[in-house]
Write a protein that binds this ligand. Structure first.
Ligand SMILES: *Cc1c(COP(=O)(O)O)cnc(C)c1O
Length: 353
């Protein structure tokens, strides 16, 4: 008998990033800042030194030490991954048994469900409230009522850009008998991280990435932070050479440049604030057509009348943003890119009857 694809695979919908290649790309929450020439020079130097015939360091020691130093945390609580995406997949595979229930929130990052489908873990989605905020009590109750094994959520959230305080996250952690996977992909832009407290909890894994604030989406590098017991388990369950030597070399060259990275984050926050303020200006005179949400990340989330039409109009003007139902998620870009998206959105809103 021929092989038949499993049912779970037949049900999977492949992740599709916005595929049309526009000149102005504000759809993937990447950094708009290219690495400096000096840094590229360092990178070329380190890549030259890679021993290409050898397997990479399985523990990615150098990047882990540098990241620990950068964040002021203990290196023994870090595990490196081929992007934080790989770590989500690893957590599903290693920390859940088939059939264990998982709680996610909606709207939130869609990859949690994607990996849970592959590991055959039913996902219970808890809706956020009208303001798109997490209802802490409701979340805690559903974890208990469903006897869930794990909760996954992003803070601050992709796509809403809203967040909950570190104190609220602690309340969740202390109230549930479940693993809490706290995705801090955008926490470099906000100040409510739990990284410094990660060792106080025996049910917490924090995910961080170099793809957003650090401008390294291309090289795939992310980290999981957890107490020593969980870290030991993560390190033993991962694929041995999950972070390749080129990524380790480039990652180290970049993570060594603390000041440049901090400068880039400040520039991104400035751009984000400008984008947010310009969108709020549009909202002031068109309150019935557009609603702008507060932002804690490098993007702004807006609710729009006929969001799909607006999205298409932007595409026609060579600008890509992310369309999510009635909402657009717009990544902060360069001054020029922000100006263009604001210009076109204004044009769209004023001509739309
Ligand atoms: C972008 C993003 C990630 C993925 O990061 P990689 O390290 O590039 O895999 C994870 N979580 C959230 C919420 C993100 O937006």
């Amino acid at each position: 008998m021929a092989y038949e694809i499993t049912q779970k695979l037949k049900n999977i919908v492949a992740y599709e990033p916005t595929c049309n290649v526009c000149k102005i790309r504000l759809d993937a929450n990447e950094s708009f800042i290219a690495l400096s020439e000096q840094l590229i020079h360092d990178i070329v130097d380190s890549v030259k030194k890679v021993a290409y015939n050898r397997y990479p360091d399985p523990l990615a020691t150098e990047v882990i030490d540098l990241y620990a130093n950068l964040q002021g945390i203990n290196r023994d609580c870090l595990t490196a991954g081929n992007g934080s995406d790989e770590l989500i997949s690893l957590i599903c595979t290693a920390f859940l048994n088939k059939g264990d229930k998982v709680i996610t929130l909606t709207p939130d990052f869609l990859m949690y469900q994607f990996y849970c489908a592959l590991t055959e873990n039913p996902v219970i989605q808890i809706p956020k409230n009208e303001q798109l905020q997490i209802e802490i009590d409701r979340l805690i109750e559903s974890v208990k009522a469903n006897n869930a094994r794990a909760i996954f959520f992003s803070n601050p959230c992709n796509p809403t850009s809203l967040g909950i305080s570190a104190q609220d996250v602690c309340t969740i952690l202390r109230s549930v008998d479940a693993l809490v996977v706290l995705d801090e992909a955008y926490m470099d832009f906000w100040d409510q991280s739990l990284l410094s407290k990660v060792e106080e909890f025996d049910n917490l894994i924090i995910l961080r990435t170099c793809s957003k604030a650090y401008g390294m989406a291309a090289i795939r590098l992310g980290f999981a932070a957890a107490n020593s017991e969980i870290t030991k388990a993560l390190r033993s369950a991962k694929s041995p050479y999950n972070v390749n030597a080129v990524t380790q070399a480039i990652g180290a060259a970049v993570l060594r440049r603390k000041h440049e990275l901090q400068g880039a984050i400040q520039k991104i926050i400035k751009s984000r604030n400008e984008l947010y303020n310009s969108l709020c200006d549009i909202e002031k005179s068109n309150a019935e057509k557009i609603k702008v949400y507060e932002t804690r990340t490098n993007f702004v989330f807006v609710k729009l009348q006929n969001a799909k039409v607006a999205y298409d109009f932007l595409c026609q003007n060579d600008i890509s943003v992310r369309l999510l139902g009635d909402y657009l998620r717009i990544t902060a870009g360069s001054e020029y890119e922000n100006e263009q998206v604001i210009l076109k959105l204004k044009e769209y809103i004023t001509k739309e009857v």
